[in-house]
Each structure stands twice: as C-alpha cells, then as structure tokens.
Design a protein around this ligand. Structure first.
Ligand code: NAD
Ligand code: TYD
Length: 355
C-alpha cells in the first residue's frame, strides 16, 4: 500500500535519517515534512530529497492548528510520523517552558487535527499516528534492575522526559477513547549522522576536532543504551507497516555502555581515523565536570516485544556504528561548523558553567 506521510520534525536528527530511509525504500510514497526549524532543525539536511516531485517541505509549528488542518486535507495525509520535539535534557533544565509547549501542546494539537481528519475519511483503518518517544519516560534504573519493558510504570525525572511522558499519555488516551490508530515507540539513545552538536556523541567528536575539553558529567559512571539511528529508522518502518494500533513498542540497541567508556572509545577512534588533530592523544582532553541536576543513572531497554512480534533487531554493533559516526563528523565539517553559532556558544557557556 502506498502512503501519504506527514513527518513532523523531519529536519532534525532522527527525522532527517527517517526521511532519507523512507524516500529510498518507498520512492512512490508522498512525504511531507513539517518543521519549525528551531536551533535543532536544518533544512539543508534534506537537500538529498528536496528535488523529488513527491517530497515537500513546509516550515511551520506543530502547535499551529490551521497549518496542520490545511496540510492534512490538501495532502490527503494517511500517516503521521511524529518526531517534532524539544529533545535535549540539559536545555529542559535551563528552560522547561518550550518543552511543555511543543511536546505536550504540540502533540495534542496534532492528535486533535488528525482525529478530525480521520473522521472525515470514515475512520479508515489504514491510517496511522506513530508517536516517536523515549525510554526516559520510565525513569532511572539501578545497576541490577531489569531493563525497561512496555509495562514498566512511567517515572520521568527531567522536564524533557516529563513532557514526553505527558505526550505519550495523550496519544494512548486518543486510542483508548476514540480508537484513533496510534502507536507509541519508546527508544533508547540514538547516535549517527546529522545529530546536533550538543548531544554526547557529536559533542565529543567535534570537541576533539577543535581541541576543546571533553566534559564528562559527574563520575562518568552513568549508563546509556545506544542505538545506531539507521537501526531505529528500520524499526519505525516496521512499526508503521506491521505494528498494532494501541500498542507500545520498546526499541533498544542492547548496548549498555558507561559514559566514560564510550568517550574513551571515541577518543581511540579519533586518534586512529583523524589527521591534523589539535591535541593528540585526544584522551587527555577528558575533563570531569559538575554533574547534571537529577542525572538519571542508567537506562536499559528490553526489546523482546518488537523482536518476537515484528521481527526487528538491531543490526549495527556499537563499534561499527561509532566508526561510521566518527567518519561522518570527520567528513562533514561543512555541516557542523556553522552550527557552532553564537547562540550555541551562549548555550554552551550557560550549561557548562552551572555544572
Ligand atoms: P532533534 O532535536 O534533533 O530534532 C527535533 C526537530 O523538531 C527539529 O528539526 C526541530 O526544528 C523540530 N521542532 C521542534 N519544535 C517544533 C515545533 N514546535 N513544530 C515543528 N517542529 C519542531 O530531535 P531528535 O533527536 O531527532 O529526536 C526526534 C524525536 O525522537 C523526539 O521526539 C525525541 O523525543 C525522540 N527520541 C530521541 C532520541 C535520541 O536519542 N535523540 C531517543 C529516543 C527518542
Ligand atoms: P545526552 O546525549 O544529553 O542524552 P540523554 O541525557 O538524553 O541520555 O547525554 C548522554 C549521557 O552523556 C548522559 O548520561 C549525560 C552525559 N553527558 C556528559 O557526560 N557530558 C556532556 O557534555 C553531555 C552532553 C552528556
């Protein structure tokens, strides 16, 4: 079945990778991206697909109901892949208001618009609303706790995860109340190409390339489960096509790593792959800085449900994925250098001076 997709947040990190994936695998589908182009969105990310006849980019906000209504009806959208969000925990600590606005109010606005649109289409069973969410809604694990499953109770700890939890609850309620065909995915930390410099892996790659210190929060013992973004996109593809409305699927990489080990591995790869490093070996740039407020200790995902029910498994190992990512940042200086703007420097000073 060919689809007509609305991809919100398609100019951000995962959205961009997802649009590339979808246009390659389903070249006949219509893909419309709606993105507000906040600091994290970059229209140039979509240059590879911009020329296609069945691709359209719309600069707009998911809180803007008239724009969404107009797009859903004129484009005859049957599937929403909802990525748009404020996504960075540190920014949510510095300024939570935008997180509530985009993540909660924006998701609500999309749900209401999609519900009305779906009702005018006789509640077609082919419609889908995929809500891309995070494992952070489940809170923090101790070292010996079992990994998060789909039935783990929600216990968000940061303004970011609380706003994502709020949006998840609304999505769930729209299925339960109206039978709107929604699906939620909760995924672990992604990494790969086009990730904005403020997140751990791109930040460490870029700082080694410019000879700046590598700030590790607290004692560096916090654990994250890392998933290569291409694997995440494949999982979302499977969920859109074969997932069951009303269900939640956890997605993870089965790759738990302590932050300090990850940064050391990245330093080794940079030393091996980069020429002209300002400081070498790059490990000497590692600096322990004051911990993030309320820093979650550990995330881990039990992805058995998506494996047994939909046959998805991650395919890229952490070593392969990190190598691909390091190579991408090495070869795309023209992409990331302009992002180290005055606004970014101001955020950086503010974030790392309060730590
Ligand atoms: P990102 O910050 O890189 O991109 C977010 C995109 O949304 C940007 O293009 C931005 O311009 C756009 N946007 C923000 N506010 C908007 C608004 N009001 N209207 C329209 N567009 C708006 O984020 P990401 O890392 O690509 O994450 C995408 C989604 O995946 C988010 O919902 C996030 O919660 C979820 N997620 C991310 C990760 C991760 O590791 N990055 C893991 C699990 C889940
Ligand atoms: P991040 O990429 O911000 O993702 P999240 O907080 O959503 O998991 O951070 C990943 C981990 O790396 C997290 O434990 C915080 C830590 N971290 C640092 O130690 N230093 C940094 O400069 C950043 C950005 C993150």
């Amino acid at each position: 079945m060919s689809r007509r997709l609305l991809v919100t947040g398609g100019a951000g990190f995962i959205g961009t990778n997802f649009v590339h994936h979808w246009c390659q695998v389903y070249p006949d589908d219509r893909v419309v991206v709606l993105d507000a182009l906040t600091y994290a969105g970059n229209r140039l990310n979509l240059a590879l697909v911009e020329g296609r006849a069945n691709f359209r980019f719309v600069h707009g906000d998911i809180c803007d109901r008239p724009i969404i209504d107009e797009l859903l009806s004129t484009e005859n959208i049957d599937t929403i892949a909802h990525f748009a969000a404020e996504s960075h925990v540190d920014r949510s600590i510095l300024g939570p208001a935008a997180f509530v606005q985009t993540n909660v109010v924006g998701t609500f606005t999309l749900l209401e618009a999609f519900r009305q649109h779906w009702e005018t289409k006789a509640k077609s069973s082919n419609y889908r609303f995929l809500h891309v969410s995070t494992d952070e809604v489940y809170g923090s694990l101790s070292p010996d706790d079992p990994a998060f499953s789909e039935t783990t109770p929600y216990a968000p700890n940061s303004p970011y995860s609380a706003s994502k939890a709020g949006s998840d609850h609304l999505v769930r309620a729209y299925y339960h109340t109206y039978k709107l065909p929604t699906i939620i995915t909760n995924c672990s930390n992604n990494y790969g190409s086009y990730q904005f410099p403020e997140k751990l892996i791109p930040l460490m790659c870029i700082n080694t390339l410019i000879g700046q210190s590598l700030p590790v929060y607290g004692d560096g013992q916090n654990v994250r489960d890392w998933l290569y973004v291409g694997d995440h996109c494949r999982a979302l593809d499977v969920v859109i096509n074969y997932g069951k409305p009303g269900e939640t699927y956890n997605i993870g990489g089965n790759n738990e790593v302590k932050n300090i080990h990850l940064v050391e591995l990245l330093c080794q790869m940079m030393d091996e792959l980069a020429t002209n490093l300002p400081v070498r070996p790059t490990k000497q740039l590692i600096t322990f800085v004051k911990d993030r407020q309320g820093h979650d200790q550990r995330y881990a995902i039990n992805a058995n449900k998506i494996k047994t029910e939909l046959g998805w498994m991650p395919s890229v190992t952490i070593t392969e994925g990190l190598r691909l990512t390091v190579e991408w940042y090495l070869n795309h200086r023209d992409w990331w250098e302009p992002l180290l703007s005055e606004e970014y420097q101001a955020y950086y000073r503010k974030n790392y001076s309060v730590k």
